[in-house]
Design a protein around this ligand. Structure first.
Ligand SMILES: Nc1nc2c(ncn2[C@@H]2O[C@H](COP(=O)(O)OP(=O)(O)O)[C@@H](O)[C@H]2O)c(=O)[nH]1
Ligand SMILES: [Mg+2]
Length: 158
C-alpha cells in the first residue's frame, strides 16, 4: 500500500480529505502536528506557509511514496512556486479540493498546480464525495515501485 503525504496551506482541506478517503464522517479537527492516519500522513498547513516550503516538501517526501499537493478550488492565490515538484524525488500529484463550493474555480487551481509541476491532477469534494473514489483508487493501486524503477534516472538524478 502506498504511503501518501498531503501538503497544502491551512484550510486547504487536508484533514477533511483524509477523513473522506478513509470513509469517515466529516468532522472539523485542527491538525496540530504531522499525523499518520493509516496510509495517509496529514500535515499542519503552517509548516509550509513559509518561504521554506520547498525544503519542507523535500523532507516530507522521504516519508512517502506519493506526495499530494492540495489547493482549494476557492483559493485566490497559490503558495506553490513554479516547478516546485522538482524539490521532491517522489511522484507529486495535485489535488483540487472543495469543488462543490459556489465560488469554486477548479480550472484556475489546475493551472497553478500544472505550473507547480503536477502532471496528474484530481478534482474532489470531500462534502459531496465527487472524485473521492477515483482518487482513493489511484492512491491505493498506483504501482509506485514500477514507476520509480522506470523513472529512476529522472527522479533520483542517476
Ligand atoms: N464545501 C467544502 N468544504 C470543505 C471541503 N474540504 C474541506 N472543507 C472545509 O474547509 C475547512 C478546512 O478544512 P480542513 O480539512 O480542516 O483543512 P486543513 O487545514 O488543510 O486540514 C473545514 O471547515 C472543512 O469543512 C470540501 O470538499 N467542500
Ligand atoms: Mg488539518
Amino acid at each position: 500500500m502506498n504511503k501518501v503525504i498531503l501538503i497544502g496551506r491551512s484550510e486547504s482541506g487536508k484533514t477533511t480529505l483524509t477523513q473522506a478517503l478513509k470513509g469517515e464522517k466529516i468532522h472539523y479537527d485542527k491538525t496540530q502536528s504531522v499525523e499518520r492516519e493509516g496510509f495517509i500522513i496529514d500535515t499542519p498547513g503552517e509548516y509550509i506557509q513559509t518561504r521554506n516550503f520547498g525544503g519542507a516538501l523535500a523532507v516530507y517526501a522521504y516519508e512517502s511514496d506519493i506526495v499530494g499537493l492540495l489547493l482549494s478550488a476557492t483559493e485566490p492565490y497559490s503558495l506553490f512556486s513554479p516547478n516546485i515538484t522538482s524539490m521532491a524525488n517522489r511522484l507529486v500529484i495535485g489535488i483540487i479540493t472543495g469543488i462543490d463550493q459556489k465560488n469554486a474555480n477548479p480550472e484556475r487551481a489546475e493551472r497553478w498546480l500544472r505550473l507547480a509541476g503536477c502532471e496528474i491532477i484530481f478534482k474532489v469534494s470531500a462534502v459531496t464525495g465527487e472524485g473521492i473514489e477515483e482518487l482513493r483508487n489511484f492512491l491505493t493501486t498506483f504501482d509506485t515501485k514500477k514507476f520509480y524503477k522506470e523513472n529512476r534516472k529522472k527522479m533520483f538524478n542517476l
